[in-house]
Design a protein. Structure first.
Length: 136
């Protein structure tokens, strides 16, 4: 079962960023698959760390382009990245101390909602701007 399903409508019009989004969706789906398998902390944490690593790579890629093309929504957008990172770090700390199925579900729900809203609302705001500056 998939938590996040990539559709053409999710495209931000920049292949590199779309590919990163697709990879994040794939890892998030692997994490979600663990929910049905009654995961242990040792099963869950490596996949969560992998997801966080790809998210950080993605955020740094976007932020590189924000600087390069002087994107006027950079500060707001970067703050959303920081909020996500902070929340995921909180989850990691909590999962290390109080691992539970309920927490795993809470994490996957947060990720699903955050990524869908972030891509479909925040990331879509830069699509046209980046394309107008020659980034596809």
């Amino acid at each position: 079962m998939n938590l996040l399903i990539w559709q053409d409508i999710d495209s931000v019009g920049v292949k590199e960023l779309d590919d990163q989004h697709k990879e994040i969706f794939s890892i998030a789906n692997r994490l979600y698959d663990l929910v049905d398998q009654s995961p242990t902390k040792e099963d869950f944490i490596p996949v969560l760390n992998e997801l966080n690593g790809h998210a950080l790579l993605h955020f740094s890629t976007e932020e590189k382009y924000f600087d390069l093309y002087q994107y006027d929504q950079k500060i707001f957008h970067t703050k959303s990245h920081q909020a996500y990172t902070q929340k995921m770090n909180q989850f990691l700390e909590e999962i290390n101390h109080n691992f539970s199925t309920e927490l795993v579900v809470q994490i996957t729900d947060f990720m699903k909602n955050w990524w869908i809203n972030h891509i479909d609302i925040e990331d879509k705001k830069y699509s046209q701007y980046f394309n107008q500056n020659g980034l596809y």
